[in-house]
Design a protein. Sequence first.
Length: 225
Amino acid sequence: MRRKSFRDEPYWGRPIAGWGDNAPGILIVGLAPAAHGGNRTGRVFTGDRSGDFLFASLHRCGLATQPTSVSAGDGQRLIGARIVAAVRCAPPENKPTPDERDTCAPWLAAELGMISDTLRVIVCLGGFAWQALWPVLAAAGYLQPRPRPAFGHGAELELRRADGAGNAVHLLGCYHPSQQNTFTGRVTPQMLDQVFRRAQLINAEIGAEVMTFEDDHHEKDHGGI
């Protein structure tokens, strides 16, 4: 239900697509649009307190141009990163069901496919996003360990494609910046910064390896000249 203070806003209750850099090295996967956040503004993590917490960290880490994300037209831009939600519509009581997750999985797969050439790191905000990604990554051809690693803050895993093509993708776990987590201190600004700085480091290291590989092949193609 719309709040009276938001009654004149044009976007409400429509599916929320991913947004950010079109060729990112880092993908951030959240839970679902908040009822009066992304569900209202049309941009995930925009217009709510979880977004305030998240974007403050992204800005400190150099992944966003502004420390806040208020509306879709506020000038905010992501730098080398993209954000998507595992579920594209606001679920009742902010608790998405497995059916909603599975219904939205093809959209998450499509987002992944769009950026697969540059993608190197996926940051999962919460256990729901962590679990939602596994079937999507499997469908994209990534080898998966058995048993699957449990979600945890700071959890880290490298995945490679079965056919050997493309870059390795590193999965990072991060507690969701929900009000429940931030108000209780389960996740702090420093904890969030540590995960995103780790994501940046991995992205930069893989990028350097790719550049070295391409330079070596370029020299061989030209006889070392």
